[in-house]
Ligand binder design. Structure first.
Ligand code: F6P
Length: 339
């Protein structure tokens, strides 16, 4: 068999570990692997490279993706969709493993609907994919953000300031939630909770009165109710939320209301690169290998996911099309521990 593999959407730590696992598992079972370049763009344009075990040596701890990635939507135009099907046929790919978040997996589902032989593997630093307990890339990302929050706290403490760290995560608050929990922030603002400026200012005042400084974690996806703040959009129509600069605006509002000197930092793509943490390396490796196993056993049209301690196969419909958002129990825990 020839197994195809692609990585689509925003990169995250663990992608190379997943590619490596696909290649090594396929080779161990006597099959070859072809990697498509830059996500669905490579399938549409017929750009690929053979991947041998020697190509993936030493990759388990390397950030980014050796295949490249893009936010190309291959089913936005019928002509592109036709080219995707044609490339897969011409390259002799028996099963394609699509590694990505909701957009990439939605495209994989569409390919499956059109008769393509495909297995999905979820990844995203946002942890917003339904059907899986965690996505790889997430813990690496929040580890970087937590370290950033702790570094900012040192300066906030020295200068008796309020500091706001804006983190990514799109319309799910998982990144902000775990950064806030793990760094012991005074206030953590999630898109799942309507923004309450009076409560935020009161919490900052309490923290400054108690300790002389305050740390606020803000998810890029929160809605401050500002007009005219829309950023640009990607090919899937998603707003580039980082361009709205909510962290900077919150710092400005804190200073105006409390007269406490305030600063903000936007961590941005710094939290998407770098080596994966152990959990992400292992999860990515397990999912990559399992996706090959599913494909070889004829289980197609499924997504390999983490359920408890096991890797399971679920239909595309259970994994794509909805954003997995932070559940109330997490918010309750956050409220208990804040400040
Ligand atoms: O989906 C991952 C993510 O990092 C989001 O958290 C963020 O909103 C977006 O990608 C940024 O996208 P880009 O890399 O296209 O600027």
């Amino acid at each position: 068999m020839t197994v195809g593999v692609l990585t689509g959407g925003g990169d995250c730590p663990g992608l190379n570990a997943a590619i490596r696992a696909v290649v090594l598992r396929a080779a161990a079972r006597g099959h070859r692997t072809v990697g498509f370049l830059d996500g669905w763009k490579g399938v549409r344009d017929g750009q690929s490279r053979p991947l041998d075990p020697s190509d993936v040596r030493g990759l388990v701890g390397k950030g980014g993706t050796i295949l490249g990635s893009s936010r190309t939507n291959p089913f936005a135009k019928e002509d592109d969709a036709r080219r995707v099907i044609e490339t897969l046929r011409a390259s002799g790919v028996d099963a394609l493993i699509a590694i990505g978040g909701d957009d990439t997996l939605s495209a994989a589902r569409e390919l499956h609907r059109r008769g393509g032989r495909v297995v999905g593997v979820p990844k995203t630093m946002d942890n917003d994919v339904e059907g899986t307990d965690w996505t790889f890339g997430f813990f690496s990302s929040v580890s970087v953000a937590t370290e950033a929050a702790e570094r900012l706290r040192d300066t906030a403490e020295s200068h008796h300031r309020a500091v706001v760290l804006e983190v990514m995560g799109r319309h799910a608050g998982w990144v902000a939630l775990l950064t806030g929990l793990a760094s012991g922030a005074d206030v953590t603002l999630l898109p799942e909770v309507p923004y309450d400026e009076a409560a935020m200012i009161a919490a900052v005042r309490r923290a400054v009165e108690a300790r002389g400084y305050a740390v606020v974690i803000a998810s890029e996806g929160i809605d401050l109710g500002r007009r005219g703040s829309a950023g640009g959009r990607d090919e899937f129509g998603h707003e580039l939320l980082g361009e709205r600069g909510v962290g900077q605006e919150i710092a400005r509002r804190i200073e105006a209301a409390t007269h406490v000197e305030s600063r903000s930092a936007q961590i941005g793509h710094i939290q998407r690169g770098g080596p994966p943490v152990v959990f992400d390396r292992v999860l990515a490796s397990r999912l990559g290998a399992a996706a090959v196993d599913f494909a070889l056993s004829g289980q197609l049209g499924v997504v390999a996911v983490l359920r408890g301690r096991e890797i399971a196969a679920i239909p595309f419909d259970q994994a794509v099309g909805a954003t997995r958002r932070v559940e109330p129990a997490w918010i309750d825990l956050l409220r208990t521990l804040e400040g």
